[in-house]
Design a protein around this ligand. Structure first.
Ligand code: ZN
Length: 138
């Protein structure tokens, strides 16, 4: 069995963003040389997500509106977490959008369903963040 590990680096200037990271994850898979196995992709920060869905701008807008209804950023005083921080909403948004995804690797490719793409979700940007890619297989 082979294993491969790499960190992807992000520094998103805006507070929130959704970035399609499928090309970077595919590059990691090619670099690993693994043809059959599993790939784990996880956000290494508790105010960012990794998730799978459609690369469609209307849907990304809908996520933004939905998440702001569930956990509005302002007023920051509504959250107990916001003592010296103002990112309680980002922790809550991360919780619902998820920490990680696992994708099967078949014949050297990500074995996606129709329209599936991997996204990095940033909910408290303006600082450096990392995403872990771990691949195991043969
Ligand atoms: Zn916090």
């Amino acid at each position: 069995m082979k294993s491969f590990r790499k960190e992807l680096l992000f520094h998103i200037p805006t507070r929130r963003a959704f970035i399609n990271i499928t090309p970077q994850v595919t590059e990691c898979l090619q670099e690993s040389g693994i043809r059959e196995g599993l790939i784990l992709v996880n956000a290494m920060h508790i105010t960012a997500s990794v998730f799978i869905n459609d690369d469609e701008s209307g849907l990304h807008h809908d996520y933004e509106v939905w998440l702001e209804k569930l956990a509005p950023h302002a007023p920051v005083s509504q959250y107990r977490h916001n003592g010296y921080e103002d990112n309680a909403d980002a922790h809550l948004k991360r919780q619902i959008m998820g920490r990680e995804v696992v994708v099967a690797i078949t014949d050297g490719k990500l074995d996606f369903g129709p329209w599936e793409q991997i996204f990095y979700g940033e909910f408290d940007g303006g600082r450096k963040k990392r995403v872990l890619v771990k691949i195991i297989g043969k």
